[in-house]
Design a protein around this ligand. Sequence first.
Ligand code: NAG
Ligand code: NAG
Ligand code: NAG
Ligand code: NAG
Ligand code: NAG
Ligand code: NAG
Ligand code: NAG
Ligand code: NAG
Length: 517
Amino acid sequence: MFKRFVFVALPLLAALSTLWSDLVVEAKFLTQKELHAKQAEAAARLKANLPRAAPHSNSGTGVKNITFTDPRASAFYVDGTTIPDVDWDVGPSWSGLLPISSDPNETRKLFFWFFPPGPQGSLDDLIFWTNGGPGCSSLEGLLQENGPFSWSWGQAHPTQNEFSWTNLSSILFVEQPVGTGFSQGTPDVMNEDQVAAEVVGFLQQFLDVFKELQGKKLYVTGESYAGMYVPYITNYIFEHPTALNLSMTGFWVSDPVLGWDVVQTQIPAVDFVHKYEGVFSFNQTFMAHLDSVAARCGYAGYFEKHVTYPPKGLLPLPGKSTEADPGCDVWDEIFNAALAVNPAFDIYRIFDTWPILWDVLGFPGSFPQVQTPIYFDREDVKKVIHAPVNVTWEECSDINVFPRGDHSLPPAFTVLPSVIEKSERAVIVHGLADFILIAEGTRIVIQNMTWNGQQGFQTPIQNDSFIVDGMGALGTTHTERGLTFFEVALSGHMIPQFSPKAAFQIMSFLMGFRQSP
Ligand SMILES: *[C@@H]1O[C@H](CO)[C@@H](O)[C@H](O)[C@H]1NC(C)=O
Ligand SMILES: *[C@@H]1O[C@H](CO)[C@@H](O)[C@H](O)[C@H]1NC(C)=O
Ligand SMILES: *[C@@H]1O[C@H](CO)[C@@H](O)[C@H](O)[C@H]1NC(C)=O
Ligand SMILES: *[C@@H]1O[C@H](CO)[C@@H](O)[C@H](O)[C@H]1NC(C)=O
Ligand SMILES: *[C@@H]1O[C@H](CO)[C@@H](O)[C@H](O)[C@H]1NC(C)=O
Ligand SMILES: *[C@@H]1O[C@H](CO)[C@@H](O)[C@H](O)[C@H]1NC(C)=O
Ligand SMILES: *[C@@H]1O[C@H](CO)[C@@H](O)[C@H](O)[C@H]1NC(C)=O
Ligand SMILES: *[C@@H]1O[C@H](CO)[C@@H](O)[C@H](O)[C@H]1NC(C)=O
């Protein structure tokens, strides 16, 4: 273990009057105790100013007592003292499989895990969370992002999640579409409307058993490929107002797929490398090569020219393709070069270096690393959460959950404007240390989209505008016409995992528990 020394050069006059041994430098010794004290102080500051989540909820200790009267509910009950390796009482929760329709012969079932609100949470709301992929399990979100207990990369054992969204309200994690995680059946969806219909079908079965959740305000949330799912699910619910006894109120998408690949990965890639030159540490020859590709492919200068506030018209593609023209896949070149100098390079969080961290879900970064046992693939875990023991659980499914592809257009070109218009609040969030989808690309998507009668943001996004309570400026935020955009500094792809306090504040804003972003 290294100890840290801070060398302080003495001012000349002071040096002259001291002993010869002190003449050149004086070593100020920072003990481990002092170092730990500094870190403890920082951790305490993180917890300070925790907003009271739901101003209208009654206070009290322990989890809110939601009692489900339907006798079928008890088959899903999870005793919070029995979750393997979790050594405190998480409180009551409910999990298991439910079909996606009321057809008695229905073979397709989705796996869910529902948590009622914690002591500070509101009883009036219901958060639906889905991960992306496609085919990645929402139990990742539960265990590593916004659930009540965390077992994240590099953690030796589970810890309580101080920033659990159960402090805001109820949350329902669903493994969807069919083919994801523990969910049962043969995948057959071809587009996002079919995905939405299956989710809504599942929610109907869920609300039939858990009737006490009917009438709640619904927030649909998710990240990454769920940038496709969330707007389409939200749209489906708005378009079928009697399908669910829930009040569709708002949505969250973070580090989302919303537009063309070329926009969200290629155009901003070389600028991104320049911004983080010290992190990538590419050699000068390669940097020059990247600059020449960016110039040849129409990526260089795209921002200065086209991303204006307000926009000057529809934003053009840099070339012919919505992915990358031949010889213009600069994102892939960057990824390969990054792996050459940093084999642990993580497209989801660019700051990671060797060694790759242990991950109980077996997906600690850019590439899966085989580690056993995988938490949700343990028989003891499966039994406690009423999961099928004969299914091999994987964080991201090997099976293609869209066997014939996803035929929906990215939502910015279809449903996204209308779901923003119909929601009370809507948030698009992007981590600034995410490389798999790049925040500046999301800016292009927004500037090219027309909602509530105007195209894009009319005034510029201000630096340092996102102020996290007790932390200070941590990126940017900008609100116009019902849409609030956030860029979170130091966060990779999974915002609630890497910047839980920021995520909690953003979610509090979305739900109306705080007035300012
Ligand atoms: C929850 O409510 C039910 C019925 O009102 C009651 O029997 C039970 O004791 C309550 N549990 C807790 C933990 O308060
Ligand atoms: C369910 O399947 C059985 C056997 O194939 C069939 O007889 C029955 O009509 C089906 N029920 C419905 C509601 O489709
Ligand atoms: C969440 O609830 C726990 C338990 O009451 C509390 O310790 C924690 O401070 C709360 N966190 C937030 C962000 O409100
Ligand atoms: C919807 O839920 C509310 C709140 O639980 C309930 O009072 C109402 O009867 C439900 N409506 C329908 C049509 O089931
Ligand atoms: C902007 O939107 C139009 C359609 O509204 C689309 O044709 C075009 O490809 C989009 N441009 C970018 C850069 O996404
Ligand atoms: C510079 O980086 C490129 C891309 O990784 C690599 O092909 C090349 O060998 C490197 N040159 C040196 C001198 O390291
Ligand atoms: C797992 O077991 C269930 C119930 O016995 C059965 O219906 C299902 O087909 C089995 N699945 C696999 C993948 O073997
Ligand atoms: C915002 O910050 C960026 C660098 O992060 C800088 O290039 C830009 O000039 C700043 N904008 C303003 C208005 O200060």
